[in-house]
Design a binder for this molecule. Structure first.
Ligand SMILES: Nc1ncnc2c1ncn2[C@@H]1O[C@H](COP(=O)(O)OP(=O)(O)OP(=O)(O)O)[C@@H](O)[C@H]1O
Ligand SMILES: [Mg+2]
Length: 269
């Protein structure tokens, strides 16, 4: 296995990195700062970015950094379960019993948000990941759920996280009422060339790599070209390059290794 061959103590470029060990990408740091502002003012935020650009990772790091005595966070990532499914999931995450009918669920959820806010002095934070999958009815339900006290304060902070098309959808006139109420709109950019190199080095560092420069400059430049700075894609090509390099007992992975990896990835089904 390449882990032993390269002397890694953990598998680099894998998904399970603890929040404290994540690479501090400029875009993700900016996103976290926007989210801090958003939950403080209990607003509605829309976070978009290309597939694999690091949205969920940044949101996870943000949530891990929140003070649990001040915020109660509910994270859902399955908008396809429909509105009743959504209410059920949120109620159950909040430790509430689940009423039979949808209207009662809305009442229960509002009461729970109210108790959290007024008695426990906490801000509920609802995060809906994969929000590009929300349909128009669900978006409208969410808006109404948040809307209390004649629009003067939202019942909870709401963060929608989704692919780039989410922003396009919300800008349609049919969603005007929702879009107007969003106070944070953030599009997460992919890494640039310099950050791609730093990201790759950071991954090796987190795996306690002790050898010399493992990925050549040519490799990094080509990896950036191919992945467009998308972390999930960088992980993919680097992992495959490590496997190939280990097979060929290489201590330096250069552009040629990457060319072969890309060829294999493009031709495999
Ligand atoms: N700051 C980071 N440090 C280390 N790894 C990261 C970082 N950001 C992203 N990654 C890696 O990139 C992968 C993809 O990130 P993530 O799942 O957050 O993207 P996403 O934008 O939510 O994708 P999708 O659009 O498919 O939901 C993660 O599994 C993780 O391995
Ligand atoms: Mg995601």
């Amino acid at each position: 296995m390449f882990q032993e061959f390269y002397g890694f103590t953990a598998t680099p470029f894998s998904r399970g990195l603890a929040s404290s060990k994540l690479f501090a990408a400029t875009g993700q740091e900016e996103l976290k700062a926007r989210l801090v502002y958003l939950v403080r003012e209990r607003g509605i935020g829309v976070i978009t970015g290309e597939v694999g650009s690091g949205k969920s990772t940044a949101v996870r790091a943000f949530v891990d950094g929140l003070d649990p005595t001040r915020y109660t966070v509910v994270y859902t990532a399955n908008p396809l379960i429909g509105i009743s499914g959504f209410y059920r999931e949120v109620l159950s995450a909040l430790g509430e019993s689940i009423p039979r009918y949808k209207q009662q669920m809305v009442i229960a959820l509002r009461a729970c948000f109210d108790t959290l806010t007024n008695e426990r002095k906490k801000t509920p934070v609802v995060i809906v990941d994969e929000a590009h999958l929300l349909d128009q009815r669900m978006l409208e339900e969410l808006r109404l759920l948040m809307n209390v006290r004649m629009d003067s304060q939202f019942a909870a902070a709401l963060i929608l996280v989704g692919h780039t098309e989410l922003r396009r959808t919300l800008r349609l006139s049919i969603h005007e009422a929702f879009w107007q109420r969003t106070s944070v709109r953030f599009h997460l950019q992919a890494l640039d060339l310099t950050e791609t190199g730093a990201y790759i080095r950071h991954q090796l560092e987190m795996a306690a790599y002790r050898g010399g420069a493992l990925f050549s400059d040519g490799f990094v430049a080509k990896a950036y070209d191919y992945t467009k700075g998308i972390p999930r894609q960088i992980n993919l090509v680097c992992t495959h390059a490590l496997m190939a390099g280990c097979g060929e007992q290489k201590q330096v992975l250069d552009e040629l290794v990457l060319r072969q990896v890309i060829k294999d990835l493009e031709t495999s089904t």
